[in-house]
Design a binder for this molecule. Sequence first.
Ligand SMILES: [Zn+2]
Length: 229
Amino acid sequence: MGQFKHQVIAQQEVKRIVASVGLDGMILELEGLITAGMIATKDLGFAGSLVSKHTNYKQLSEKQIYWVGRMIERALSGDEPNPVVEEGLTGMFKLFEATNDKLQWPKIRLQTDSGLPIVLSIAGSRAKAPGTINITDGGKYGENIWYGRISKEGVWESPAIQAKGFEAIRALIHAFNEDPEVIAATQGKVTGHCCFCSKELTSEESLGVGYGKTCAHNFGVPWGKTNTS
Ligand SMILES: [Zn+2]
């Protein structure tokens, strides 16, 4: 499909969004596209500023509203494939699946040995690739690094393979996928925080396991297998 046809479909899609959900819905859409890493890096700052301006002041000018639509259109029509980092990363999906009907926006927060933060989240139903795992550095809209997405088939595509520390991030994602429970527990013991809810681990039991009891239930990981050392 040619670029022109992509653009026509994107324009129709934007018209549909405007007609059905209005400006609030468009802002939500744009926010979703930012989170999903669908906005080009050069546009991220601008897109983020439009979202926060509307969210905080509800005072977008006509020109700015035009740009909200334009950004959505660009994101929906652009379909540049990103390089594949790794395949076979299906292991961590079971944790997110376990949170269905329990958590609305489940996140998993990890960090590399050198302390680079990694946040995993599931793309919502409004995103371009619903149900895929998005990987970011956990930064704010417009300021975060998008390390790509993992499809339900376990294929990780990333536009950021040149990013600082990417090899350590790749190793961590790989290890987490192989053995989520062990990595989740290890992370909690190293950071002192639960990787699922980011709360500080305070009880001796939670510190022993490496994550909180409620989160263990929510994410379907075992609770109570403490390491006595
Ligand atoms: Zn927790």
